[in-house]
Each structure stands twice: as structure tokens, then as C-alpha cells.
Design a protein around this ligand. Structure first.
Ligand SMILES: [Zn+2]
Ligand SMILES: [Zn+2]
Length: 352
């Protein structure tokens, strides 16, 4: 089968053995895999550090072709889930926590050692992948036939946003996120204060963050220096108002100058959620944090419960970014990466 690897910092599509089931789990035929900003960071870092082992691609939608265990997936919001079987279309997250260590017990699932160690194999940008029983139990969801699989590739990145929004102190529907109507659908949260939030960086993840904030009943605004991104965000009702100061700011930009923008627009007493890496050593100034009583916090990667809410909201149509991605064949992954780096496209989706 074909799979993407990095060799001397360059993307290569190579032939390798298809994964087989030696342990419990499933083999999944990849259908689509989104190209994530973190893949781009890994590719840039690998150019400097060519021996590092890099797994490219994780925003996967695929079809189970083989399974050797009877497991009901993550059913946090779905009491009627059935065990997975061959033929199921699924989406997934690539890391799952142990749920029992100190980090997990404190709600810091993405800091769990197991979480950091496990991944899909060999990589999302492959024709087939192996996922373990742990994945199936925690991070895999059966996708109903009527859903657009391109939109479903946003389940993992949107789950990252949900975690960030929750880290900022917002619940989806107030207590336990469980406000539902008679059709078992989520109803719009009204318990969060009508806070004003600003998302700095309006790439695909920034747009997802803005739409997530709206779903949480937060007034979402977005800032980007790129006019094309401003225009696209405006189509989704996300604009910038330079006269406002914001209760929370979400940093999805990889540019260090965004830090100054955040410090300019944050309200005294506000929260800044750091959601992306920046190159070099840049930080928030001690005296800004102190005199403005700011809270600066990080949000890295989603817990199973965040994936579950992300999947439910996408399934119920709260988040619809159908048509914003540009499709590439697996053989053209390098071109997709290049076009993304040059800001020629908004989001790349690899069709396998
Ligand atoms: Zn991602
Ligand atoms: Zn743990």
C-alpha cells in the first residue's frame, strides 16, 4: 500500500506492507484525511531535525475492513451505540488517555503518558491504518451514511477547539452539557454568560473555533491580517471589532506578533487561551499578567469527551464547513503542503 513518510525533511509517498491485525483492534481503509497545521509544523521541524520519527496525518475518516474485537466505541452521548463491524464508516482521534493516572484524574487527559505515546499506525496519509482496541473504545465514532465525509474530517480538529473553549471555563449547555430536546439533539446553550471572545488567526482551525464559540452561546469575533480569510470568516458571521475589548482570546495563529494583538484587545481580568506553537521564544509579559489580572492558559489536544461532543455537534449539523477544503490525491500530498504553506488554499483534504 501507499503511505507518506518524511525522508531528509521531504515528503515521500512510498510502498509499504499493509498493516495486519496481530493485536486486538481494526484495520481501516482511509477515505479522507485532513492536513492539520500541526502536520505543517512537524514537516518544518523535520527539515531541521531529519532523524525524528514523524507520523503525518491524523484527521481520518475511513472504513473498517477488518476487526477482531467486539467493542462499542465512545458512547458518551450515544446510549444506543452498537459494536463496530467491518464495513462501518468511522472517524477517529489518534491519541487516547489511560483514564486512571494522576493527569487523567485531574482532567488533563492530553498530558497523560499513554495519550502521548499512542498513535494510529503507520500514519493518516496512508491507504490503510491500524487502530488499537484502546482507540476503538475511546476515540472512534461510527459515521451515519448521510453525512458528508469531508465535513466529518473536522471532528478531530473541532474537538481540539471544544477542549480549548471548555478550558476557558465555558460549558456547552450548562451542567454536564446534557441539555437536549425530545429528538435527543442538543439545544443551544443559554447558561454561559454572553461573553465576547476573539479568535486571533482565521485559518480553518480559527474558523472552527469561532463556530464552536457560537455553539456555546459566546459572541465570537475573529482577527486575521489576511483579507481572504477575513472574507471567508465574515460569510460565517465572524468579524472583528477594534472598538471592543474581549473577555477571552483564543490564539490559533502561529505568528508571535499575535501575542501583542492579544495583549492589546484583552479585557482586564480576561483569559488568553494559547492554542498554537510559535517559532522562537516569545511570551506574555509578567507585568501585563499582573496588572491586568490576566489568566493565560494552554489547550493542546482533545480528551475523549471533547471528541464525543465534537462528533455529536458535527453529526447534528451545528458545524458545516462543507466545500471549504481543497481536495488532493495522496500522491500530491507535497503539493497540498506547499499550497497550505503559501496560503493558496484554506484547508487541504487528502482523498485516499
Ligand atoms: Zn489536527
Ligand atoms: Zn492517564
Amino acid at each position: 500500500m501507499k503511505s507518506a513518510i518524511l525522508k531528509n525533511g521531504k515528503i515521500k509517498i512510498v510502498e509499504m506492507e499493509k498493516p495486519i491485525l496481530t493485536e486486538k483492534g481494526a484495520i481501516i481503509k482511509v477515505l479522507t484525511c485532513g492536513l492539520c497545521g500541526s502536520d505543517i509544523v512537524k514537516i518544518k521541524d523535520a527539515a531541521k531535525n531529519p532523524d525524528s520519527k514523524v507520523i503525518l496525518g491524523h484527521e481520518v475518516v475511513g472504513k473498517i475492513v477488518e476487526i477482531n474485537t467486539e467493542i462499542i466505541g465512545n458512547s458518551y452521548y450515544n446510549d444506543n451505540a452498537m459494536p463496530f463491524k467491518a464495513g462501518d464508516i468511522v472517524c477517529l482521534g489518534h491519541h487516547y488517555p489511560c483514564n486512571s493516572c494522576d493527569m487523567c484524574k485531574n482532567g488533563n487527559h492530553s498530558m497523560c503518558k499513554t495519550f502521548k505515546a499512542v498513535n494510529i499506525s503507520p500514519a493518516g496519509f496512508s491507504e490503510y491504518i491500524y487502530v488499537s482496541e484502546g482507540h476503538l473504545k475511546n476515540t472512534v465514532f461510527k459515521v451515519p451514511k448521510e453525512l458528508d465525509i469531508e465535513n466529518v474530517t473536522f471532528v478531530e480538529p473541532f474537538a481540539c477547539c471544544i477542549r480549548a473553549i471548555r478550558r476557558a471555563g465555558y460549558d456547552f449547555c450548562g451542567k454536564n452539557d446534557m441539555t437536549k430536546n425530545e429528538k435527543n439533539e442538543f439545544v443551544k446553550c443559554t447558561e454561559n454568560p454572553r461573553h465576547k471572545a476573539l479568535v486571533i488567526g482565521l485559518g480553518s482551525i480559527g474558523l472552527l473555533m469561532s463556530l464552536g464559540l457560537k455553539a456555546f452561546n459566546i459572541e465570537a469575533f475573529g482577527y486575521d491580517i489576511n483579507p481572504k480569510r477575513q472574507d471567508l470568516a465574515a460569510k460565517y458571521g465572524v468579524k472583528f471589532d477594534q472598538n471592543l475589548r474581549y473577555d477571552t482570546i483564543f490564539m490559533t495563529s502561529g505568528s508571535h506578533s499575535a501575542i501583542d494583538t492579544a495583549l492589546e484587545y484583552i479585557k482586564d481580568g480576561g483569559k488568553i487561551v494559547v492554542f498554537s506553537s510559535v517559532q522562537g521564544d516569545f511570551g506574555y509579559r509578567n507585568n501585563d499578567i499582573y496588572y491586568k489580572e490576566l489568566t493565560i492558559l494552554g489547550s493542546y489536544s482533545p480528551a475523549p469527551v471533547d471528541l464525543a461532543l465534537s462528533f455529536e455537534l458535527i453529526k447534528q449539523g451545528w458545524i458545516d464547513l462543507t466545500g471549504v477544503s481543497t481536495n488532493y490525491a495522496l500522491d500530491n500530498l507535497a503539493e497540498a503542503v506547499n499550497d497550505t504553506m503559501l496560503n493558496k488554499i484554506f484547508k487541504a483534504c487528502i482523498k485516499v
